[in-house]
Design a binder for this molecule. Sequence first.
Ligand SMILES: [Cu+2]
Length: 288
Amino acid sequence: MSRTPLAGVEHAPARRRAARGAAAAALGLVALGLTGCSTSDIPNQLQIPDPASEQGERIFHLWQGSWVAAWAVGAVVLGLIIWAALAYRRRSQDLPAQTTYNIPIEILYTVVPFFMIGVMFFFTARDESKLVALSDSPDHTVNVVGFRWNWTFNYVDENVYDVGTPTDVPTLYLPEGESVRFKLTSPDVIHSFWVPQFLFKMDVIPGQTNEFEITPTKQGTFAGKCAELCGVDHSRMLFWVKVVSPDEYDDHVADLKAKGQVGLLETGRTTESVTGEEMGRTTIGGDS
Ligand SMILES: [Cu+2]
């Protein structure tokens, strides 16, 4: 049977068209399922780690709000598309009424996106200003030195330090419920201090001290890493963060003192020759 595709669509029985629509919808649902979204994480977490700090809670709510707004906008847009496709589907061979310059609609679709951006900007700016605000007297100050290729943690008030290498991953101790000011410095290149469960990261820039404050709210051990591609051993700039009770924190400070790690280190430990040997490979470049 030879017929044009257009004629075929036009004369297809409504029932067959409905069946085709249902099949397409089912296929869409299967495709969505195959993307691997686990429903247990949605809608509570939305693929963001459980916040372990006061500031993280704020970021978490911003994240949730952004998703709600995105889904709401998506639903309206999808609804309008489906409505337009159904309400204005082809019913005859006649050309539909041709209209141009619908001024109210053009004003609407200029104003509405501006409004949406304004809302996003408002909440982002509001939260950001609170997240980077510094208090007058934080409970603790930690100078974090990002260096090639690990981290030094200087507990400024306690006058003790800890330093790691890629093969000897250091642990930063923090007391639960007490505010900590981080002062980020680097003797070499730009790194980024990132503890995913704090939902926050900040660049560590040579010649500039970046600061932020965190109040940890959950005891536990959290992974930390460098989030700025800083060179050959970037991926090995790992550390742990242990949020403990204030008493355990004091014990750790005493331990560091007992080990003789007193004072503050402005740089890190030279690690390139050591790690190159330990990793059984030739170290590339390096000037430290
Ligand atoms: Cu780095």
